[in-house]
Design a protein around this ligand. Structure first.
Ligand code: RTP
Ligand code: MG
Length: 142
């Protein structure tokens, strides 16, 4: 397998914006070698949140998840680079910050699963689907 250049969708969730740590988190991704390809601050409409998290519809945590992700502004970005999907997931740490290793974003900045700072696409197919929710082709500038 070669080191394919990939694009992935990253969200800095409302807790990251509220805590004013977006710059720090973006810096981590840039230092790692990933390239900013698109970036915006937005208030996520509930319908868009539902589209993003449609795989979780019907699960016990779904209502709280939608409520949380729409509770304040988020930063949406597309990052590009070799193996970007897996690299971002590794940098994020596990879904539950209790288990996330120190040195990962969730390991360093979060304590509870309901408020875990960052989203990253979990596969290339998810990345393609999710990028199209937030950005037009024209907004992907590199
Ligand atoms: P994300 O989609 O936000 O990047 O997180 P993830 O892939 O690590 O985890 P996922 O399974 O996709 O879950 C999405 C978000 O739902 C909340 N969650 N709560 N209580 C629970 O069992 C539970 N499971 C998931 C988390 O906030 C997770 O980030
Ligand atoms: Mg997920």
């Amino acid at each position: 397998m070669g080191d394919t250049i990939e694009r992935t969708l990253v969200l800095l969730k409302p807790d990251a914006v509220q805590r004013k740590i977006c710059g720090e988190i973006i810096s981590r991704f840039e230092r790692k070698g990933l390239a900013l390809t698109a970036l915006k601050l937005l208030a996520l409409p509930p319908e868009t949140a539902a589209k993003h998290y449609e795989e979780h519809l019907g699960k016990s945590f779904y209502p709280a998840l939608i409520e949380f992700i729409t509770s304040g502004p988020i930063v949406a970005m597309v990052l590009s680079g070799p193996n970007a999907v897996k690299v971002v997931r590794a940098m994020m740490g596990t879904t539950n910050p209790v288990d996330a290793m120190p040195g990962t974003i969730r390991g360093d900045y979060a304590t509870v699963m309901s408020s875990n700072i960052v989203h990253g696409s979990d596969s290339i197919a998810s990345a393609q689907r999710e990028i199209a929710i937030y950005f037009t082709e024209q907004e992907l500038v590199q």
